[in-house]
Design a protein around this ligand. Structure first.
Ligand SMILES: C[S@@+](CC[C@H](N)C(=O)[O-])C[C@H]1O[C@@H](n2cnc3c(N)ncnc32)[C@H](O)[C@@H]1O
Length: 460
């Protein structure tokens, strides 16, 4: 439910080379910036470095680094950084092939500048000359990179001439991730997942009611589960229905776990790991009495703001879901914290901020939350466990292990057609397993789903 963090690889409308645009106010006496647009590239490069060197989430860094920019420049910085990260593997391969001698380790920033320059030239509609000039000027700002201005100029000019033909099609995520997907889904599908994740996703919305009506109003495509898919939506907060709370942003696959609960009016539901509230909103919109639990007070504030905008209500509890006392509930939804590898189309930094060891750490936390949730569900109640991860350790394996130690629970298989779920999204055990390769379409912006896992269990 991220309402403002969209990064299309088209430049924001009318973003030309406006003299002095969105430069940070400079102290009196400081020299003026040499070129407009440098502040944008500096923010994009700094955000890339924060992702790659410090494993910081891209959105968090951009929020801080673009505070002084206007809306259009903020969108441009986000688009440059997100596009660079989405195709990082391919861009690195291309650039390494164009640099005769490898760069010294202290020149890491030079590689970042080259990557964002090449990304603008090859993957966005920023004019080539602007991408080259701003990259060279950015290098000139800093003594550590100023000596590489000539190299940056030469390499990026070569990218403008030869890059389109030479840019490889991946791999664009770390080797351990792609190998894991090949092992889990077979070599062909694993590679196809990797390629699908290198495309930016469309904008998916969940409507509070009347999805067909909102699809018509917004000129969007209505997906089988009622999600509305838009392409090139622009500023989300300016779309019809945003301010009156008609819909919220949520990938089609992310909408399925709550839909699979078939919530009805008055049902008592615990939404564990609830913030920022996409699934809480779905359940509340169905009339359920929702207790939304999350460990993060900051994220719960966003959940409350989102519910306020949508005119919906829930009881909000700041607590660790692995020990939260409450209920017994008619239903429990666990949208567990996870590696989020299924969301790399929307959050390309995830590929570079997550390490293989994180999966095991997160799986241990998920197992604790899942085991505890069994204690707050009434007999006969239903439990949906979901993650936005492509890793079986956070999905299929988690449920097998839980069922082995909880004989009073059994799977309630998901049926083809239920909530618009296609047969190929259901595994042999009757669990939901969506992949970025699902929902194919000739236009990559219309294609794909986030990689989600969901299992529905019934307590005896
Ligand atoms: C995948 S996000 C949830 C998304 C949310 N369900 C939605 O639909 O908008 C996972 C959430 O789990 C929360 N979380 C992480 N560890 C937790 C814990 N031990 N107890 C409760 N919440 C936790 C995080 O703060 C985060 O908000």
């Amino acid at each position: 439910m991220n309402e403002t963090s969209r990064a299309s690889n088209r430049r924001p409308a009318n973003r030309g080379s406006r003299p002095g645009s969105a430069e940070r106010p400079r102290p009196p006496g400081a020299p003026p910036p040499s070129l407009p647009g440098i502040a944008v590239r500096r923010a994009a490069a700094d955000a890339m470095d924060a992702v790659l060197d410090k494993s910081r989430p891209l959105e968090e860094s951009l929020e801080r680094l673009t505070r002084d920019l206007d809306d259009r420049d903020r969108s441009l910085a986000r688009m440059i950084a997100a596009t660079s990260l989405r195709r990082l593997g391919s861009l690195r391969t291309l650039l390494r092939g164009m640099i005769e001698r490898s760069l010294p380790p202290k020149a890491k920033r030079v590689e970042t500048i080259l990557i964002i320059g090449a990304a603008q030239i090859l993957l966005t509609d920023v004019p080539d000359h602007a991408a080259v000039a701003t990259s060279v000027a950015l290098a000139g700002e800093d003594a550590a990179t100023a000596g590489f201005k000539g190299l940056i100029n030469a390499v990026l000019r070569r990218v403008t001439r030869e890059g389109r033909a030479l840019l490889p099609e991946g791999p664009d995520q770390p080797k351990w991730m792609i190998e894991g997907w090949m092992q889990a889904y077979g070599a062909e599908t694993g590679n196809a997942i990797s390629r699908a994740l290198a495309h930016e996703a469309g904008l998916d919305l969940t409507a509070k009611s009347d999805p067909a009506g909102w699809a018509a109003t917004l000129n969007g495509r209505l997906l089988p589960n009622g999600t509305i898919r838009l392409v090139d939506a622009g500023n989300i907060t300016a779309l019809p229905g945003f301010s009156e709370g008609g819909w919220w942003v949520q990938d089609a696959a992310a909408a399925l776990p709550a839909q699979l609960l078939h919530a009805t009016a008055g049902m008592e539901i615990a939404d564990l790991c609830a913030a920022p509230g996409g699934k809480t909103a779905q359940l509340a919109a169905a009339g359920a009495r929702v207790t939304a639990v999350d460990r993060s007070g900051t994220r719960l504030k966003r959940l409350q703001q989102n519910l306020d905008r949508l005119g919906l209500e829930a009881e909000i509890v700041e607590a660790d879901a692995a020990v939260f006392e409450g209920g017994p509930f008619d239903a429990v939804l666990i949208d567990a914290p996870c590696s989020a590898t299924g969301t790399i189309r929307r959050h390309p930094d995830v590929a570079w901020t997550k390490a293989r060891e994180d999966v095991a750490t997160l799986a241990a936390l998920q197992a604790r939350i899942l085991a505890h949730s069994a204690q707050i569900l009434r007999p006969g109640g239903v439990l949906v466990y979901s993650t936005c991860s492509l890793e079986p350790e956070e999905g299929e394996n988690q449920i097998s292990a839980f069922l082995a130690t909880h004989p009073d629970f059994r799977r309630e298989p998901i049926q083809p057609g239920e909530c618009g779920v296609a047969a190929e999204w259901i595994n042999a055990a009757g669990e939901l397993r969506t992949l970025p390769t699902h929902l194919p379409d000739a236009d990559p912006r219309q294609a794909g789903l986030d990689g989600f896992f969901a299992a529905r269990l019934r307590r005896a």
